[in-house]
Design a protein around this ligand. Structure first.
Ligand SMILES: [Zn+2]
Length: 118
């Protein structure tokens, strides 16, 4: 495992980076059912995002992108951003945020049952 990736200060909650928030608002704009956006960061620097509905279902298409690049890296093209290479994943909630119990339910639905891509 890559030791150099260790963060010096660990935040208790992951929050969207500035360059991600533009993507997030774009996704939510196109997804009326979306109450949040799932953000998956991969070790290669590419990201996956998709809106999630209050039922924990996908409310938009899955988007893969890479900051400051025209396309995702060749590795992601090959394995579609395999979950083994995921470094961080969390949901950015739209305001007003759902209650903690709702968030927990959606979180476990989204991250507890990762669809296996073959
Ligand atoms: Zn990649």
């Amino acid at each position: 495992m890559a030791k150099s990736k260790q963060l010096s200060k660990k935040n208790t909650a992951l929050i969207a980076e500035k360059n991600e928030t533009a993507m997030i608002s774009g996704i939510l704009e196109g997804s009326p059912d979306g109450i949040g956006v799932v953000i998956v960061r991969l070790e290669c620097g590419c990201k996956k995002m998709a809106a999630v509905s209050k039922d924990g279902e996908a409310a938009s298409k899955l988007i893969m992108y890479r900051d400051q690049a025209d396309s995702i890296c060749s590795k992601c093209k090959e394995d579609n951003g395999h979950f083994m290479r995921v470094t961080e994943e969390f949901i950015h909630w739209q305001k007003p945020e759902p209650s903690d119990s709702e968030k927990e339910k959606i979180n476990s639905k989204v991250f507890g049952t990762m669809p296996s891509t073959s």
